[in-house]
Structure formats: C-alpha cells, structure tokens
Design a protein around this ligand. Structure first.
Ligand code: NAD
Length: 358
C-alpha cells in the first residue's frame, strides 16, 4: 500500500471537522472505536519500532499546550493539543487538537487533520483496549465520572468492545450528565444519572475518571474503591493534575501505563516515589505479564495519552479518506518547477498558483 494518498506535488490532503464528522457518522462511532482497537493493538505489538519521547509541554497558569511526536521509521506523526479546563467557562473546549502525518523518506506531509473528534475516538479506543484485558470477567457496569466532551465516546467504546450494558454517570455539573444521558438515549445502554460519586461507583465493574481540573483533585477516595474492579483513570494527564487518592494506587495489584517516562511526569503516579512499580501496557498485550491474576485484583490504568495512539489514529484516517474521498487539498508546500528556485514563487506570484485547488 503506498504511503501517499496524493503524489506530494498534488498538494496536502486536509480533513476538516465537517469531513471528519460525516465520515465518522457514516462509519458509526462504535464500529470506528472497535476497529481502532484492532489498529492500536497491532501498533502496541510493535512498540519497539517506534521512536518514542515524552511530549513537549508548555505550561501556563490555566492550561498546557503540547506537541506529541512519534515515528515508526516510515511515517512521522505529531499532534498539537492543549488542556485548558477553564475553557468551558469561556464556551471553548478543554481539549482542542490538530494533527499531521508525514512521510519519513521525503519529509513531506501525508495529511493534515482536525483532531478533536479523532482524539476522543482514539482515547475511547485506548480505554476499551485496556478494559478488554483488565476488567473483571463479564463486566457489565461502567461508572463514568466526568461527563464532558470525552464521555459518550468512552461509554460507547466500553459497550462495543467490552460488552458494558449499564453506565452510571456522575459530574459536579449535573447538566453535563444530562447531556451525556440524552446523547446515549438511543445507544442501547441503560444510563443512570447519579448525584454522588459513591452512588455512581456502587456495583461498578469499571470506573472511568475523565474529569478536567488543573489541580491534584481527589475524584475517587480510597473508601470508594472495592477490590476486583478496573479503574481507567484518564483525566489526570499533566503535572499537578491528578484524580485518584494515592492510597488507591498503593494498594492496587497492577498499575499500568503507556510510556513510563511520560507517565512518571504526567500520570497519577506523579504522586508516588519514582520507584513505584508500574507495567507498560505493551508487556500485557504481548502476554509477558498478566493483566490480573485473581477476581479480587484491583487493576488501574493510569492513562495520559501517548503519541503512538495518535499515530495509529492518523494512519487509520489516512486509509479511511482513501476509501471515502472526504478531504480537501491544501496548497501548503511550494511546488516550483526548479526546487532550488523558491524565489520564483514570490517573484512570479501573480502567475504561479502552485496547485489547482478543487
Ligand atoms: P471537559 O471539560 O469537556 O469535561 C470534563 C468534565 O469533568 C466536566 O463536565 C466537569 O464538570 C467535570 N468535572 C470537573 N471536576 C470534577 C469533579 N471533581 N467531579 C466530577 N466531575 C468533574 O473535558 P474532556 O474533553 O471530557 O476531557 C476530560 C479530561 O480528560 C481532561 O482533563 C483532558 O485533559 C483529559 N483527556 C485525557 C486523554 C488521555 O489520553 N488520557 C485524552 C483526552 C482528554
């Protein structure tokens, strides 16, 4: 399969929000998350092939702006993403993202895309991929704490991949829970809005924490958590931004991370000593370490989001737009006849559109 959708001289494919929304609506959110799980597993199985680094983060009073680069030697991906929990008070999203996939051989872009929707899909797929192995057998009930932008995707991923049938919602903002319940009304899930965290986690097999607050919050207290469950903690993804009482981590049988160097800085485990033992997920996927040994085990995924997950999602999108043709072509890279004569593009600007835009 060729790396390019278009020969580089024909311009750069660009996937807008509108194009992404149409493709995912037609594809089906659950099907898309399930297929992304398969793609993520293939890429986590070849973990060693990726050139990995912790993301670049520029912190400010109210948020963070991050760049997430990764390469498998053939393609390079980078996501620009922020995290500004205050944004929803300004009628803006907490997380706004866009991404690029490039050809390592030439350095030319393969595609540019929106990544708000794509991030929600890949995060739901990552959660589901972890839950598939770490949740107790026959898990049916998900407690979902934090009912913002990610929440419906999280619930639908757990339904499609793990077989969850009930979702118990809790958010400090009850209108957010109502929004999630309304959006999931036709999903086939039994959706229950809860007034407290205690009520939400009662009887849950899986607890997903997906809240946004720029502080060391305690969304789940030690006393809220019984043995035998799986905690999917994905909202704490920045220094000084955590969700779990450290005692829960201390008594867990397994704490699983994506890429340990990044999780030590950004994950729930930033609360603990640097020697606290964690397992990188690829070891579990390869069968080198078991996800759980007994029905009583408490297993935690300390998920912060790693660049290879975005790489997988971008390659998935490349293949999707090849099939569906839902993209525009951007005139992003100069294409003068003589590559050394860049000056000619400026000099002859009135006669030199570098590509014809559809
Ligand atoms: P959002 O702002 O849309 O939603 C967050 C929700 O959390 C809000 O409804 C808010 O009211 C609720 N909340 C805040 N404090 C709470 C508390 N103490 N108890 C209960 N609810 C509380 O944000 P989002 O896009 O849904 O993202 C949620 C979090 O997940 C963010 O922190 C984001 O950075 C993180 N995130 C992580 C990954 C990853 O890969 N790990 C990916 C995407 C987003």
């Amino acid at each position: 399969m060729s790396k390019f959708i278009l020969p580089p001289k024909e311009g750069v494919p660009f996937v807008s929000v509108q194009a992404m929304a149409k493709m995912i609506h037609d594809y089906g959110v659950e099907q898309c998350i399930a297929d992304l799980v398969d793609a993520l597993e293939q890429d986590f199985l070849r973990w060693e092939q990726f050139e990995k680094s912790s993301r670049f983060a520029s912190h400010s009073k109210d948020g963070v702006i991050e760049l997430m680069p990764v390469s498998d030697g053939e393609m390079f991906a980078c996501k620009y993403v922020n995290g500004h929990p205050i944004n929803t008070k300004r009628d803006l999203q907490t997380v706004a993202a866009m991404g690029i996939l490039s050809d390592v051989d030439t350095g030319y872009p393969i595609l540019l895309t929106e990544m708000c929707i794509l991030t929600a899909l890949r995060t739901a797929a990552t959660s589901a991929m972890l839950a598939k192995r770490c949740a107790p057998k026959g898990a049916k009930t998900l407690a979902l704490i934090g009912n913002g932008a990610q929440s419906e995707f999280q619930a639908l991923g757990m339904k499609a991949v793990v077989g969850i049938s009930e979702v118990r919602l809790y958010d400090v903002d009850s209108t957010a829970s109502q929004k999630t319940a309304d959006n999931l009304a036709d999903s086939g899930l039994n959706v229950v809005i809860c007034r407290t965290v205690e009520d939400a986690v009662a009887g849950a097999d899986i607890i997903t924490t997906c809240t946004a607050d720029k502080k060391n919050a305690t969304i789940l207290r030690d006393g809220n958590v019984k043995k035998g469950i799986f905690i999917n903690a994905i909202g704490g993804d920045c220094p000084g931004k955590t969700e779990l009482d450290g005692n829960i981590l201390m008594r867990a049988d397994r704490v699983i991370v994506e890429f340990e160097p990044q999780s030590r800085i950004e994950g729930e485990i930033q609360q603990l000593s640097p020697e606290f033992p964690v397992i990188e997920f690829h070891h579990i996927l390869k069968g080198e370490v078991s996800a759980r040994e007994s029905d009583d085990d408490l297993v935690i995924f300390d998920g912060v989001g790693f660049a290879s997950e975005d790489f997988t999602a971008l390659v998935f999108l490349r293949d999707l737009i090849r099939e569906q043709g839902e993209y525009e072509v951007l005139d992003m890279i100069t294409q003068q006849a003589d590559p050394k004569n860049l000056y000619s593009v400026v000099k002859d600007h009135s006669v030199t559109p570098t590509i014809a835009i559809a």
